[in-house]
Design a protein around this ligand. Structure first.
Ligand SMILES: Cc1cc2nc3c(=O)[nH]c(=O)nc-3n(C[C@H](O)[C@H](O)[C@H](O)COP(=O)(O)O)c2cc1C
Length: 377
């Protein structure tokens, strides 16, 4: 009867939970720093092993309500997602929301398992805060990934995307994507047709007007129903004509949303690290400006009518906010997570919430496309 008031007990409990979470994040950031002493692919394997030991936690616990957003008919506790390529074979996806991500995308998954390109195939450009990869869709294949997703704990809400690719030796790209859609549509909240990885010969040519229309038609036919939403992931290296073609195909009903962008085959003159010579796709800080420019172009070309996930070089709250203002409804990151560790996610969320408030926005959606003079729809 004379115990502490209930609010104090709750506050103390929350305080204990918060300091536990802070200590946990600090040790994970330290672990991420130590991992960077290893060769990059070994570090990635070890990170996956370590993450598989984390407890499964619900997404969105403690997220600032200003960050909650509804896109593609899906509720996201916050707009910061982990990009494709980190958890290609869906080994740790259930642990990642515990690091603060609002959603996670597994893949790219190909119909049959694939070993990918010979090693070394992943390079750090530490001086440029960048990575170059030519992994070549190494993954365990649709059957294994579908089994892991089917076994996911269902009680806690978290948003999961599945990114689809084609096998290197497959002659029928449309059939590969259709197989991916059939296998994973019942198991994912959204699907991604990835025609933009630079490391599968001929893949990016599928972004041309005719092949793209045929591919999207096959993917939609395989889905059968209206859901889950089907997104198209684009290269940042598209020409002006490509961008107009893609926008037309997507608006003609081919895609429910876009992801802009994948890694680039360009090598900006600013790169200083000797590893810049390696072949493959460049990600991280040097990708921020070019990928944000393509994002703004696609927002303009689609009249803001298709939700866009903005990805490429996000490493701070400022970057995240700039992508939203350029037209992104949701965001993803990968490379900065490698360099800065999991604490980055909380830092971005805090900074983003503060920036939204400072500019008088009540929700993420109000700021989408703000640089274009407000939402056209
Ligand atoms: C090692 C590595 C592997 C990747 N694998 C994939 C993939 O399988 N499918 C895909 O769509 N994107 C893949 N990506 C691209 C990322 O999803 C993302 O689009 C790109 O890295 C830009 O974001 P960032 O600058 O935050 O890393 C990969 C990126 C890296 C660094």
């Amino acid at each position: 009867m004379f115990g502490p008031p209930a609010s104090l007990v709750i506050w103390k409990k929350r305080d204990r939970r918060d300091s536990f979470a802070r200590a946990m994040t600090a040790s994970l950031d330290l672990a991420a720093r130590l991992l960077r002493l290893l060769p990059p692919e070994a570090a990635h394997r070890l990170a996956l092993r370590g993450l598989s030991l984390l407890p499964v936690r619900a997404a969105g616990r403690g997220d600032d309500p200003i960050l909650a957003t509804r896109v593609l008919g899906i509720d996201f506790p916050n707009p910061i997602g982990l990009a494709a390529g980190f958890d290609k074979s869906a080994e740790v996806f259930a642990r990642l929301p515990g690091l603060g991500f609002g959603f996670v995308e597994v893949g790219s998954v190909t119909p049959r398992p694939q070993v990918g390109n010979p090693r070394p195939r992943l390079f750090r450009l530490s001086r440029d805060r960048a990575l170059i990869n030519r992994m070549g869709f190494n993954n365990d294949g649709l059957a294994a990934v579908a089994a892991r997703l089917a076994a996911r704990p269902g009680a806690e809400r978290r948003v999961l995307g599945a990114n689809l690719g084609k096998n290197k030796d497959s002659a029928d790209a449309a059939a590969d994507y259709a197989a991916g859609v059939k296998a994973l549509a019942p198991l994912a909240d959204y699907l991604v047709v990835n025609v933009s990885s630079p490391n599968t010969p001929g893949l990016r040519a599928l972004q041309g007007r005719e092949p793209l229309a045929a591919l999207l038609a096959a993917a939609r036919a395989a889905r059968g129903a209206e859901r889950p939403p089907l997104l198209l992931k684009l290269s940042p290296d598209l020409t002006e004509a490509d961008k107009a073609d893609v926008a037309a195909a997507a608006l003609a009903g081919g895609a429910d949303g876009l992801i802009v962008a994948n890694t680039t085959v360009a090598r900006p003159a600013t790169l200083r690290d000797p590893a810049a010579r390696e072949a493959g796709g460049l990600s991280g800080r040097p990708l921020f400006a070019p990928s944000t420019a393509v994002l703004a172009d696609m927002y303009r070309l689609t009249g803001g009518r298709l939700p866009i996930i903005g990805v490429g070089g996000i490493g701070s709250a400022e970057d995240a906010y700039a992508k939203i203002r350029a037209g992104a409804s949701l965001l993803q990151l990968y490379t900065a997570f490698v360099y800065q560790g999991p604490g980055l996610v909380e830092r971005i969320k805090r900074g983003l919430a503060a920036r939204l408030r400072a500019d008088g926005f009540g929700r993420v959606a109000e700021a989408v496309g703000a640089d274009h003079g407000g939402r056209p729809v």
